[in-house]
Design a protein around this ligand. Structure first.
Ligand code: SAM
Ligand code: SF4
Length: 340
């Protein structure tokens, strides 16, 4: 029977997991240099290697036809990609038409003052802003650039146009341990949920730094419970965070525990980067280049066939492990290359 492009299909991997969530990294470039993510001196992809905005839109449409319902733009910093608003407008139309349930992004917040209202006008309802500290000196240390004021203004601009802002914070032992309660209070006062994330061994960062930074989130939760009442909830935004309601507020705190509590069995996502590489797993080296199918074939069916084939090679999960005092299963690709 011929395949009808307008009939949404179901994308499943070789383990029967349904994939309905696309994370698209639109650039590997960034205006910050977070120490756990990038080196100070980076070699970025030559611009000629990047998919154009039109190719990115075509790619997302191929995924939507395969049943993807949620798209998150990420990077690098998605809001420094030239022409990004044209892509947001194109994808916003897919939200309006009902072909997408959600269009969202993960950003460092530096460009939000410029772009928040355009995001809100184009179907974006919620965004994640990564923020590991609200101390200006520590922010300059961790990002190697500073610009905390610009980020905080960006968060206010986003809230002012009605975007729901979730703060994503890396739990970094020896860096923001003492500050976590203040950061949580700061976010809750602004009506923002907070998700904590465990640091993963990705990219060329010295392994003893990784081990030193790793802070299991069970310990973070115990620390927070000394002053907040947290109640487990089944609430989900479709990602791996385990959420708790914070008693006395309308807010939640989420815990994303790739290292201390593996959640790969429920993986529902696929990652593609700005070069058109589809990664079978955040924590594995496997990928397939979708550019030939995107550029050389007039038919979107060829792109879809390539996507389906590579998803059958999706591994069961990552192999990251900090056990025995060593870093195992690290991947050489940085988070900015894969898309966080
Ligand atoms: N620049 C944007 C930002 O910072 O939100 C989007 C890209 S960034 C790579 C996405 C997320 O990945 C950020 O929340 C960042 O903290 C996280 N991240 C970066 N390196 C990581 C690592 N090694 N382990 C865990 N999360 C990491
Ligand atoms: Fe840039 Fe985000 Fe990586 Fe920080 S975490 S260097 S903001 S891409």
């Amino acid at each position: 029977m011929p395949r009808d492009l307008r009939t949404p299909q179901m994308l499943t991997d070789g383990f029967g997991r349904q994939v309905n969530y696309l994370r698209l990294s639109v650039t590997d470039r960034c205006d910050l240099r977070c120490t756990y993510c990038m080196a100070e001196r980076m070699t970025f992809l030559p611009k000629r290697e990047l998919l154009s905005i039109e190719e990115l839109a075509k790619l997302v449409n191929a995924f939507i036809d395969l049943g993807v319902r949620k798209v998150r733009l990420t990077g690098g910093e998605p809001l420094v990609r030239h022409g990004i608003m044209s892509l947001i407008e194109a994808l916003g139309r897919e939200v309006t038409s009902g072909r997408l349930d959600e269009l969202t992004l993960t950003t460092n917040g530096t460009q939000l003052s410029r772009f928040a209202s355009v995001l809100a006008d184009n179907g974006v309802r919620r965004i994640n802003v990564s923020l590991d500290t609200i101390d200006p000196e520590k922010f300059a240390e961790i990002t190697r650039r500073g610009r905390l004021g610009q980020v905080l203004k960006g968060i206010e601009a986003a809230r002012a146009v009605g975007l729901q802002v979730k703060i994503n914070t890396m739990a970094l032992r020896g860096f923001n341990d003492a500050e976590i309660p203040d950061l949580v209070d700061w976010a809750l006062e602004r009506g923002c949920d907070v998700s904590f994330i465990e640091v993963m061994p990705m990219g060329e960062v010295r392994s003893d730094d990784r081990l030193g930074q790793f802070w299991p989130l069970g310990e973070v939760r115990t620390m927070l419970e000394q002053r907040l009442i947290l109640r487990d909830t089944s609430f989900s935004t479709g990602g791996p965070a385990q959420y708790c309601d914070v008693e006395g507020t309308n807010q939640r705190i989420g815990f994303i525990t790739p290292m201390s509590n593996n959640f790969c069995a429920g993986c529902n996502r696929v990652r593609v980067n700005c070069r058109g590489e589809l990664f079978t797993c955040l924590g594995r080296e496997g990928s397939r280049d979708l550019r030939p199918a995107l550029r050389e074939s007039a038919s979107v069916l060829d792109v879809q066939d390539a996507i389906r084939a590579v998803l059958m090679c999706k591994p069961k999960g990552h192999n990251f492990d900090y056990g025995a005092g060593e870093v195992a299963g690290a991947v050489s690709r940085g988070m900015n290359h894969t898309g966080g």
